[in-house]
Structures are given as C-alpha cells and as structure tokens.
Design a protein around this ligand. Structure first.
Ligand SMILES: Nc1ncnc2c1ncn2[C@@H]1O[C@H](COP(=O)(O)OP(=O)(O)OP(=O)(O)O)[C@@H](O)[C@H]1O
Ligand SMILES: [Mg+2]
Length: 428
C-alpha cells in the first residue's frame, strides 16, 4: 500500500462497474472502509447515461433514468457492460447531434464516476481495482480477454493510471470475510444484471490482508445470465404479445420477431429505432391479422418507449419478487382508444415458469462450482447481487443445496467493498 512518507497516500479505488449498477469504495489512510455515495446519498448508481437533446448535456445514474422516464427528449444508454467484448463497442452511435463510439460512452461514465469519488475523498484517485465477471463472454476466451482489455482501456482513458482486476465473486467473498469469525468454506453467489458468478472459497479473517489468496480459492464458475435476461424473457412473455409478438397473422404465420427481441434487450434497444428497422416494422402491417397490435408496435417504436416498457417490466419483477403478489406493468403511454386500459401483469408462478430454463442454468453453474472445488458441501451459501433476491431463484438454490446455511449479503455494495479490500492488499 501507500508509502508512509508521502503526504497524500496513494489510495486504491475499488470500482464495481456493473451491468445495471455501479459502486465504488476504498480503504482510507485511517484503515477504514469508505463507501462512496455515488448517486446522491446512495452508494449504487445506475450504470446509465442520458444525452439531453435540447441542452446537449449528459446526465448520469438515477438522474439519467429520471430524465428518460419523465419524457425528456434525448437518448438513454444502459447495460453498456454487455457490449464489452462485442464488435458493437467500436461502432458509432448518434447522440446530441454527433456520432460517438460506444467505447467513448463507457469512458464518459468512468470519468464521471472518478469525478464523484474524488470530490468526496478530496484527492485525486489514479489507482483502481476493477471488478470483472468470471466470464464477460461465455465460451469465447478471445472475446472475453478483449472485454477486459477494453474495460481497462476505458478506465485508463478516464485517468486511472494503475489498474488491476479482481473477479467479482472473489471481491464479494473478501467483503463477506470481514464478517465471519472463523474459518468458513463458502459458495459465494453473485447474481447481477448481466452475469451470475460463483466462487467456492476458504474464508478466514486472519488472512484477509494477504495479497495472494489463490490457495484459498477452490473454484470459480460463471455464466452470462442475469437480471437483464430475466427482464427480456418477462417482457417477451407479458408485454410484447400486446405488440404482436407470436401473433399469428395473415397466412397463418407468426409475425417476424426480430424487432421484439431488440426492444426487450437493454443494450440493443437502439437498434429497433434505426431508420431501416423502423421501415421494416412499418411494412409488417401486412403480416398482422389484428392491426391494433401493429398500431401499438409503431407507437412503441415512434415514441421510443423500449426502455420505458422494459423498466416497467423490471420494476414489476422486483415488486413481485419482494411482495409475492401480482405486479402490474402500466402501458397506458401507448396510444389506444379512450376507454382502453393497457397493462400487463407479472405473477410469481408466471415468473417461475418463464424463467425456469434460465434459472436452472444458473443453479447448475452454482452446483458445478461446488463440484469443481472438490468439497462434498460448503458451510455457507452467501447471496449477493440484486438478482440474488429473485424469489424463484432463492427457492431453487435452497432446494439444490439443502445442507448449507443461506446468508443474504450486502446486495449492491459487496463487490465494491471487496475490491477495496483487495485494492488495499494489492502489492502486499
Ligand atoms: N428484489 C429484487 N428481486 C429480483 N431482482 C432484483 C431485485 N432487486 C434488484 N434486482 C435486479 O438486480 C439486477 C441488478 O443487480 P446488481 O446491481 O447486483 O447488478 P450489476 O452488478 O449491475 O450486474 P453484473 O454484476 O451482472 O454486471 C437488476 O437486473 C435488477 O432488476
Ligand atoms: Mg455485480
């Protein structure tokens, strides 16, 4: 860590650049954990940017989400992490009257995050411990390496000069370790917006200051499935049929479906609004037997309501998961007859059914991690990441590992805190 002689010690900022939310923390010169209030008083900040057309300004985090949802004219970007490792990262997109690469949008986000952290800590921060999922991209080592390289390059371009990476589930484990009081074997389950990551690790608070913990890490696994996939699947099953998805149209064939997939995927929504895609969608009217459905589709595209629909589905997923009751997705903003009330409903059983396949892949990945660790069982299953609260998922994990104690963790700040712990030990 920092040289004792320097007046302002070099601190290492732990940065959890998440698909849905980002967070940052560091261990201060006092040896205490400092969680940065990144978004007002909150430590987690939606990984979102909004480019305001009128003023050509850029809003970040919850301000970005609020501006979009309030109908401010402009362009919302979310789930940028899902683009890492893909060719889209180098593509240009139109915002505020200019063409900008998706990569530069990630740089803008990092610059803002750095600015907010520095304002709070009161000194420049140039050393960063960045989190990364076990797999940015499944089954493609080259693209996976490219994703990490791109993330590091974006952080460098934003002004971080010393960068190291830590696997997100290991960071989450290091945070959990601060709260265990004896040697514990744990399966750490980090289910976020984009990925589900697992590690089986031997935890012992006496070893938490040790830089190299590889001897304690018994296995890691990960799969590119997370909350944004659950949103997509739920959007497809509840809202998109109201716009014609799976509608059997003229000629007894379903309406072509690519437009619905773009509209339901956080990082691809913009593709549904290109001139070419809009033209294609307009021409679809001949395929529809029920023209009302086509009118709604065009309303959704012309009003650029993709994020609004998906945010409604996400909110309903969360509400339903927390309360166990049905939750409504309000779609009244789509043009319709004066007496028509348009909405969709998310229920626990429908959620369990729609997400069954995705959830069983997540559970299998968790089981594979335990298998690879060589342990017959673990003492604790530590749950972190926003999607670890998803009701059917918790039930499926409990059923798969009946012998372990389920510990609900620091759902949104754990990875950043663990990166700060790892950052302080970096070089030890
Ligand atoms: N109570 C809840 N029940 C179900 N899902 C939830 C709940 N609260 C939040 N989520 C989901 O959690 C996800 C965000 O979690 P988190 O902030 O941990 O992800 P992230 O760190 O940004 O993503 P990743 O680690 O995959 O890059 C979102 O998909 C959100 O919809
Ligand atoms: Mg995460």
């Amino acid at each position: 860590m920092p040289s004792k002689r320097s007046a302002t010690p070099t601190l290492t900022l732990g940065i959890d650049f998440g698909t849905s939310n980002s967070a940052a923390a560091l261990i201060g010169p006092d040896g205490q954990m400092h969680t940065i209030a990144l978004d007002g008083a909150r430590s987690e900040m939606p990984t979102a940017l909004f480019f305001v057309s009128e003023t050509h300004s850029v809003l970040y985090g919850s301000e970005a989400m609020q501006a979009y949802l309030a109908g401010t004219e402009g362009r919302l970007l979310r789930s940028l992490k899902s683009l890492l490792g893909s060719r889209l990262m180098d593509e240009y997109t139109a915002v505020n009257g200019q063409s900008i690469q998706f990569f530069d949008i990630v740089v803008l986000f990092f610059k803002e995050l750095k600015r907010r952290c520095e304002a709070q800590i009161g000194q420049p921060l140039t050393r960063a411990m960045l989190g990364r999922p076990v797999h940015f991209v499944d089954d493609d080592a080259e693209r996976d390496a490219l994703a990490q390289e791109t993330l590091g390059r974006a952080a460098r371009e934003a002004g971080f000069t010393d960068i190291a990476f830590q696997l997100e589930p290991i960071a989450a484990a290091l945070d959990f370790e601060q709260r265990v009081d004896r040697e514990t074997t744990a399966l750490v389950v980090d289910i976020g917006g984009g990925t589900s990551d697992f590690t089986v690790i031997r935890l012992n608070p006496a070893r938490s200051a040790v830089g190299d913990r590889s001897a304690d890490i018994l296995a890691t696994t990960g799969v590119h499935i997370g909350g944004t996939d659950f949103d997509r699947l739920l959007d497809l099953s509840t809202v998109m049929p109201l716009l014609g998805y799976k509608h059997i149209g003229t000629g007894g064939r379903p309406v072509p479906n690519s437009v619905f997939f773009d509209l339901c995927t956080w990082h691809l929504i913009h593709q549904a609004y290109t001139r070419k895609a809009m033209h294609f969608a307009k021409e679809l009217w001949t395929d529809y037997a029920d023209r009302n459905l086509h009118t709604r589709l065009m309303d959704a595209l012309e009003g650029q309501h993709g994020h609004r629909m998906l945010a409604g589905v996400e909110a309903a997923k969360i509400a339903c998961s927390i309360s166990g009751n049905d939750a409504l997705v309000d779609l009244d903003f789509l043009g319709h007859g004066p007496s028509e009330h348009l909405g969709a409903t998310v229920t626990v059983p429908a959620m369990a059914e729609t997400l069954q396949q995705a959830l069983s892949q997540v559970v299998q990945c968790a089981q594979l991690c335990v298998q690879r660790s060589g342990l017959a069982s673990v003492d604790a299953v530590y749950l972190t990441g926003g999607s670890s609260a998803l009701r059917p998922l918790v039930e499926a994990l409990r059923a798969a590992m009946p012998q372990a104690t389920l510990v609900e963790g620091n759902r949104f700040g754990g990875v950043a805190a663990g990166l700060a712990v790892g950052g302080a030990a970096w070089g030890n």
